[in-house]
Design a protein around this ligand. Structure first.
Ligand SMILES: C[S@@+](CC[C@H](N)C(=O)[O-])C[C@H]1O[C@@H](n2cnc3c(N)ncnc32)[C@H](O)[C@@H]1O
Length: 194
């Protein structure tokens, strides 16, 4: 296993953010109403912005926890719908969105609330809605003592076990890359149930 892991390429912030843009273009182009977790990329601007992707369109609703980030993102993008709120408790009716995109927001939620958050994403999606997720995860579930290193708490197997009951089919998972001994997983799923 460790030998295989060493083959996963190192990846830097620029490449990660470029991958976010690719994922958005590849999977969200035909999705009318999209829920995007956090507005960090929008507040940061520059190379991290997603404005040149389908997430930059009128159909995207941003849900961001931090008041300062909400204010900065709104100043930069006055036309966008940026709501201050919590992905653990998304304030939307069931079946509202055609897609949910979470680029490393879930791994900022306390570990014991991550599965509940995935269920909330599924609840907010329409049937056949698209779910895109990237998150830091250690393949074999090694812990870290660094409180700033946000990541899924278990190994890849536990990530599968958490996601499969919620998104049972049309799901794939791959490794995006590694940085500082952590691995970024990338997951694309469709909601088939009502
Ligand atoms: C440091 S950023 C990393 C994610 C970012 N998309 C990226 O990869 O560059 C994490 C963002 O998630 C937001 N956040 C953390 N917990 C959240 C929650 N429960 N609900 C909504 N946003 C949250 C933070 O305020 C911050 O803007």
């Amino acid at each position: 296993m460790m030998d295989l892991l060493s083959k996963i390429p190192e990846i830097g912030s620029m490449e990660i953010h470029e991958r976010y843009r690719q994922l958005a273009r590849e999977y969200l182009a035909d999705r009318a109403l999209i829920l995007k977790a956090d507005a960090y990329n929008e507040a940061s601007g520059g190379m991290r912005s997603l404005e040149d992707t389908p997430l930059g369109g009128d159909g995207t609703v941003y849900l961001e926890y931090d008041a300062g980030i909400v204010a900065t993102a709104k100043r930069k993008y006055p036309g966008k719908v940026i709501i201050r709120g919590d992905i653990r408790y998304p304030p939307f009716r069931s079946g509202t969105f055609d897609a949910v995109a979470d680029f490393s927001t879930l791994d900022h939620v306390p570990p014991e609330q991550m599965v509940q958050t995935i269920r909330e994403y599924a609840r907010c999606l329409k049937p056949r809605g698209q779910f895109i997720l990237t998150l830091w995860c250690d393949p074999v579930g090694r812990g870290t003592t660094d409180s700033k290193q946000y990541h899924w708490p278990g190994g890849l197997d536990s990530l599968w076990r958490a996601v499969l009951p919620v998104f049972p089919v049309s799901l794939w998972l791959t490794w995006l890359g590694q940085r500082d001994g952590f691995y970024m997983a990338e997951l694309v799923a469709d909601k088939w149930t009502s």
